[in-house]
Design a protein around this ligand. Structure first.
Ligand code: UD1
Length: 348
């Protein structure tokens, strides 16, 4: 049983789903319903070629406690009913921790794809979800050597496996030349996404980020997660969502996002996945956070942590150059198959 719920998990689930099929292991794909808008879920499934979920719990949005509790109750019922031999969870969302906890309490072996990543910022919900999930899991499937080190520091080395990053598998499978991109990508632009609670929910931080983007010397195309306009309205900051260089756009499917990264002058984001995608596709990334779970992306100045309130010239940081990077810190594109090998060992 594989459990997904939020947009980045669909990307991670596809290579594992393909590898399960290749190994002849039947998969029950369960969607918690954490993301439900077509742009956040259905469109991403179709773009990835991920088959429709077998079950959708339809949990939807809510406070952390209410949302996670609804998932926990729903997933427990499914596990009791379907009796999976193992459960696989992905990444760091509320759907991840709910799936791991529901399964572990019912003594079903749990494998966590993307284990061991740490920001060391315990104020982030994702950090708490990752720590809890890793400690609940029977197999911690780590994408990087630094994730393996963090798992070892927490005493989890005996159940940790370095498999590589499943997002590399997915990225390599996309034919970037064949992707239809928006018309606006023909001229130089900065590609931006901002959705983390630590940035959106703090009015001072959000104001500072939006003003910095509006002041960039190139058009900034901000592909907005629905959370952003919702929070901006609540905080009375809607007027800052457009103006100057800043333009708001709808979220785009995965393959379009990759194609836009390759065409962009630079990327500004607080997403974990996009930092890596920029790194792998040769784009320069600025991460609007104080820490990252992906320190490998710093190589060649491909990624830099910078917030508009802490640097003198944010535009200059964003539009700096980067060097090409040798090596494969995120693996060789065969992580999905390795994840499934570990799952097979759990089943045995
Ligand atoms: C979640 C993950 C985050 C991940 C992100 C990717 C947690 C704690 N966080 O954050 O790690 O980076 O997904 O996108 O699980 N909303 C909609 N439509 C949707 C989904 C959400 O309008 O389909 C809006 C709602 O206002 C909702 C808000 O977005 O309250 C936040 O959604 P939620 O699922 O709580 O967290 P994300 O911000 O998406």
């Amino acid at each position: 049983m594989t459990i997904v719920g939020a947009r980045p998990q669909f990307v991670k689930a596809k290579p594992v789903s393909d590898a399960l099929a290749a190994a002849g292991l039947p998969e029950l794909l369960v969607h918690t319903g954490q993301h439900y808008d077509d742009a956040m879920s259905g469109a991403i499934f179709r773009d990835l070629g991920l088959r429709e979920a077998d079950l959708d719990l339809g949990v939807g949005s809510g406070s952390h406690g209410a949302q996670t509790a609804a998932m926990l109750a729903g997933l427990e019922e499914v596990i009791l009913d379907r009796r999976p031999a193992a459960v696989v969870v992905f990444g760091d969302t509320n759907s991840t921790v709910a799936g791991a906890l529901a399964a572990a309490k019912l003594h079903v072996p749990v494998a966590h794809v993307e284990a061991g990543l740490r920001s060391h910022n315990r104020r982030m919900p994702e950090e708490l979800n990752r720590i809890a999930t890793d400690h609940l899991s029977d197999a911690c499937l780590a994408p990087t050597a630094s994730a393996m080190e963090d798992l070892a520091r927490e005493g989890l080395d005996a159940r940790s496996h370095l498999v590589g990053d499943v997002m590399v598998d997915m990225l390599r499978a996309v034919d970037l030349e064949g992707v239809a991109v928006p018309e606006w990508s023909g001229e130089p632009f900065v590609l931006a996404t901002i959705h983390r609670a630590e940035n959106t929910d703090d009015p001072d931080r959000l104001r500072s980020i939006l003003e910095a983007l509006a002041g960039m010397p190139l058009p900034v195309r901000l592909l907005a997660h629905p959370r952003l306009p919702a929070v901006a309205e609540r905080l009375g900051l809607t007027a800052l969502l457009e103006g100057g260089s800043l333009e708001l756009h709808e979220p785009v499917p995965y393959s379009v996002m990759l194609a836009l990264v390759t065409r962009s002058a630079a990327v500004v984001t607080d997403s974990g996945g996009l930092q890596k995608e920029a790194f792998l596709l040769g784009a320069t990334c600025t991460t609007v956070r104080d820490e990252t779970e992906w320190p490998e992306t710093f190589e060649g100045d491909a990624n830099r942590l910078a917030t508009p309130w802490a640097v003198d010239d944010f535009s200059a940081v964003v539009l700096r150059g980067r060097s090409p990077v040798a090596g494969e810190p995120f693996g060789d594109g065969r992580a999905g198959a390795r994840c499934v090998e570990v799952v097979e060992r759990l089943l045995a």
